[in-house]
Design a protein around this ligand. Sequence first.
Ligand code: HEM
Length: 453
Amino acid sequence: MAGLLVLAGVFWGLCILSAALLRWNEVKYRKTGLPPGTMGWPVFGETTEFLKQGPGFMKNQRSRYGNFFKSHILGCPTVVSMDPELNRYILVNEAKGLVPGYPQSMLDILGKCNIAAVHGSAHKYMRGALLALISPTMIKEHLLPKIDDFMRSHLSDWDSKMAFLSSLRQIASNEANSIAQDFMPEFFKLVLGTLSLPINLPNTNYHRGFQARRNITSLLRKLVEDRQASGETQYDMLGYLLHKENKYKLSDEEMIDLIITILYSGYETISTTSMMAVKYLHDHPKVLEELRKEHMAIREKKETEDPIDYNDYKSMRFTRAVIYETSRLATIVNGVLRKTTTDMEINGYVIPKGWRIYVYTREVNYDPRLYPDPLKFNPWRWMEKGLENQHQFLIFGGGTRQCPGKELGLAEISTFLHYFVLKYKWEEVGGDKLMKFPRVEAPNGLRIKISTH
Ligand code: HEM
């Protein structure tokens, strides 16, 4: 009996303590001028609910507090903006002090010269250097041929690693094969590190990510030195970066951070979009038929071994529509992060200096006013003029930080789809999390197995 009483006492004590902590945390942030919303627990905020419920958490808070609310997630007081007009405003106003607000672990591990870590003129310079590497001319003359060649030989085992390898080939064509073995495991450790809490203790993902960055840096440094020593000009991204006539003169450190950024930004977005496109095409045979028609028409004008060229890529209108519709429906990127550098008035509220703003773009993708019947996979909606130029089209972000890799990403996924839909049939087995595509006989006798999760 006494034991039960003690247990009940402890239970009630914990309840009262929890309520007091929650209340204390709410009061702490009850400054006038802040948007509505809840702040959850001290330090942890509402991170657990946010991570557990994902988009459900956002929807729930929006139904209670509207399109602009405060919360405390991933270690920071945060304002979530789901209003399309406001989102646009935030993205185009970096000069007013709304700078990228990515987590410290990401900035630490991607390097201090990486694009997300730099602002103002430094950002302009690094972005210019990157855009020069992936300009339409570079895609046309150097990158697309490499992508085409890569897709032909790696199509049958395409997965997220392949997206990484394809990018590595674009960066360092001749060395990619020899360094991939050492590079790849380090790269995946680095990625995990950027998504972890910045606690530098042995055996934490952050610590491992940091070590991986060190190993990758020395691998890339050696690559740069070997290239410089050889004096040969090579027609890949590294060759262009080192070229005497390149007007962007980057230090070795900047070059290394830029290469890491390219690999980091492209690999997951491209592989997830490709895999989701394959899934949607499987589920929508009419779309697949239309897509095949487009690619067969391109092939009919070519010999079997002829590569895809830039004009072919530009003519793939329906393919582009399929990629946009996939990105919209699967919402490859839920939103982007910004932070305030001074106290700022936004939407009639005062957002304190150092707060994060989560520009949440996901919901716009399902807005029936923009996309009638929004849950339907309907690429034809993108064939109408203008949809991709609308203000609310934020699949690739917006403003000064809009994705510079958009065309490169589209070219890569389009080339993948070209060979994939022409060479293979596929089917899906398994539950909703793990989609497995069993080996199937392709028309040309090739076999394919793909998995994603
Ligand atoms: C389907 C593929 C892709 C999607 C959906 C995508 C999406 C995005 C989005 C939403 C942003 C905005 C981030 C922000 O505002 O903070 C962004 C930025 C960026 N993306 Fe992409 N991306 C894709 C492919 C690529 C590729 C292939 C590259 C490789 C070069 C790349 C490089 C970058 C870089 C460097 C930035 C930062 C730009 C800056 O801060 O100025 N992306 N991307």
